[in-house]
Design a binder for this molecule. Structure first.
Ligand code: TXA
Ligand code: MG
Length: 357
């Protein structure tokens, strides 16, 4: 497909992508949350290519994506009623369930754990791909289509930028980047991901002993889950399954990022500029900074939709630091604040350094 053309992938492109998956190749595809980097979940060599392309530690589990109406019993065992209730309420949609894995799930998918993450996405291109792949009976293992630790992609262009798709043809890249580009040549176009942050993850694999556990907050809130299963999911405990999206540093641009309260923002921008520091700003209302700023809405759904694109855009303006106005802390902002906290983790102390404090 012509990368300049943003038309959503058509049936022929989707069918061709399903054949790539069946042959053990990688396909990047849109979901309603973020773009995924997919491989046949039952082919360990194909799943290994995901890790290779992402540069991700291979003991981190990946989510299995299934078509609407897929047979849950094929993929997981010991399915509690709560899981079926959540599937009925939220699939297709941005909810991943962690359940005991079926024996045939490769270790490469579960990261050697006895559980597997499973979800049915709602993006029409994802549904069409999953329905075409192995006649709708397959599972596509897919983490977000970004290099390990980076900001997740919410457009096909983000994926092409991340993996240098097309650059390889021009021979302009070498080493690891060339290797990733060679592994990934199929990127299905699906427009901007509607939700913009990754799926909510609920662990139901230890229900009897620990109850439901919220491993990653997202668009579907803890309260919405409680409304369906009658129990509010708890925060992760020490023994909760590992999730790389829950590492302290993740979703991070290359430029240092720091949070600034609304009341201090204008003053800090001025102080930094006085010292010759180039700032980029993501906020609700702004100091005027031309191209080095993005405004995000003052409500959590619109904010999540624009967050990753804003971080990527501000990463490109060659700023010394990206200031993000601290969003509200209320429950509906939980997913956004969770991602921001991990984005800023590696940049601790950056403001004090620039301000000479
Ligand atoms: O919205 C999403 O979930 C996107 C789209 C592509 O579906 N996928 C995504 O995948 O965010 P990834 O790999 O970037 O994040 C999935 C998270 C990781 O933190 C992983 O460790 C966790 O899910 N995970 C997967 N299987 C798990 C398991 N069996 N136990 C605990 N955590 C698991
Ligand atoms: Mg990810």
């Amino acid at each position: 497909m012509n990368p300049a053309c943003n038309a959503v992938a058509d049936a022929a492109e989707i069918a061709a992508a399903a054949r790539v998956l069946e042959a053990g190749g990688l396909v990047a595809f849109p979901t309603e949350t973020v773009y995924g980097l997919g491989a046949d979940a039952e082919n360990p060599a194909a799943v290994a290519r995901i890790y290779q392309a992402k540069g991700r530690p291979n003991d981190h589990p990946v989510i299995v994506h299934v078509a609407p109406g897929a047979d849950l019993d094929y993929w997981v065992t010991d399915i509690p009623d709560a899981a079926r209730q959540l599937v009925d309420a939220f699939w297709p949609g941005p909810l991943t369930l962690i359940l005991k894995r079926a024996d045939h799930i490769p270790d490469a998918v579960s990261g050697g754990q006895d559980t597997v993450g499973i979800r049915c996405p709602s993006h029409p291109v994802a549904i069409a791909l999953l329905s075409a792949f192995k006649g709708g009976k397959g599972g596509v293992a897919a983490p977000s289509a970004n290099k390990f630790g980076n900001v997740s992609p919410t457009t096909a262009q983000h994926v092409r930028d991340e993996f240098h798709v097309n650059d390889a043809e021009e021979g302009s890249i070498t080493g690891e980047d060339a290797c990733s580009a060679e592994l990934l040549s199929t990127v299905l176009e699906g427009g901007a991901s509607q939700v913009g942050i990754e799926s909510t993850i609920v662990d139901l694999s230890r229900l009897a002993t620990h109850g439901p556990v919220l491993l990653r907050p997202g668009h579907i809130s803890a309260q919405q889950i409680a409304d369906v299963i009658g129990q509010v999911p708890a925060a992760p405990d020490q023994a909760a399954p590992r999730a790389s999206g829950t590492l302290e540093s993740h979703y991070a641009p290359r430029t240092p990022v720091t949070m600034v309260e609304h009341v201090a923002l204008a003053d800090i921008v001025t102080q930094l500029q006085t010292k010759g520091v180039k700032v980029a700003v993501i906020s609700h209302a702004l100091p005027a900074l031309g191209d080095s700023q993005r405004m995000l809405p003052a409500e959590p759904v619109g904010y999540a939709y624009g967050l990753y694109a804003a971080l990527r855009d501000m990463d490109l303006v060659q700023a010394d630091v990206i200031l993000v106005e601290t969003p509200p802390q209320a429950e509906p902002w939980h997913g956004v604040n969770d991602r921001l906290r991990r984005s800023v983790f590696g940049s601790a102390g950056v403001l004090a350094r620039f301000l000479g404090q």
